[in-house]
Each structure stands twice: as structure tokens, then as C-alpha cells.
Write a new protein. Structure first.
Length: 139
């Protein structure tokens, strides 16, 4: 359920997809974000820098990573009520957050957010990303 309500001011409730992506880009150190359809491997929406690969290559590549992790019994099966929620990939100069979304839709949507390590804080980025996604979902 994605509504089109978005007020363009700090602290405003974010209910739209565009508003959510904009809020994620406001997280300190955010460089780019892509909403990916994990069933097809296609980019649904993207904002920010996509210098090394475009949003379509980003979506296809990260879908392969997500599928691999979800298919790996060593990483994804601990108990029935303990699903993989997020992947963190750390680089020397930054990090990637791949966050699976809950929702009423076919397949799995996930967000791929890229952060500059010099400007971002991993813990705060995770917290703010989760808050933006929960607000978009109406929680």
C-alpha cells in the first residue's frame, strides 16, 4: 500500500515511494538508493549517484546477491520465525545496506542503499533506513 501523501518539509510523514527515497538520501553519507524487485531483478525506482553501474545493473547484481544469501541454508535457516532482514557489505571506504521489505505484493522488494564511510555511521544509517521504510509502510 503506497499512497501519494508527501509533505516536502523536514520531519514530515513520509508515505510515498518518492518521499521515502528522498528521506533515505537525507541520511548522512547516503550516496544512492535503489528499490529493487527481487522477483525480476529490475529497478523499481532509484535516486542519487550510480557512477560505477547504473540502477539497472545495480538491481540485477544485488538481486543475485540477495537470492544467493536467501538460498544458503547456513545463512538463512536458523528458525522459522527468524528471517533474513538485511545484508551489510562493508568496503574500505563505505558500506552497502540491502534491506528486505515486508509487504502485500508478489515476490520480494528490497532497498539497496550505498553510503560513504567518511560521512556515514553504520548504526545510525541502519536505524534511519529502517525508520523510513517502516513509515512508508504505515507502521
Amino acid at each position: 500500500m503506497l499512497s501519494n501523501i508527501f509533505e516536502d518539509r523536514p520531519g514530515a510523514r513520509v508515505n510515498s515511494l518518492d518521499g521515502c527515497l528522498k528521506r533515505i538520501m537525507e541520511i548522512p553519507g547516503a550516496c544512492g538508493v535503489t528499490l529493487v524487485d527481487g522477483a525480476s531483478g529490475l529497478a523499481v525506482a532509484a535516486v542519487g549517484a550510480h557512477d560505477i553501474v547504473d540502477e539497472h545493473e545495480d538491481a540485477a547484481g544485488t538481486t543475485d546477491v540477495m537470492r544467493t544469501v536467501l538460498a544458503c541454508t547456513a545463512l538463512s535457516s536458523s528458525s522459522a520465525d527468524d528471517d533474513v532482514r538485511e545484508l551489510i557489505v562493508c568496503r574500505d571506504k563505505g558500506f552497502h545496506l540491502l534491506h528486505l521489505l515486508d509487504g502485500d505484493f508478489e515476490g520480494r522488494l528490497f532497498v539497496h542503499a550505498v553510503f560513504d564511510g567518511a560521512a556515514a555511521n553504520l548504526g545510525m544509517a541502519r536505524y534511519q533506513l529502517k525508520a523510513a521504510l517502516e513509515e512508508m509502510a504505515g507502521r
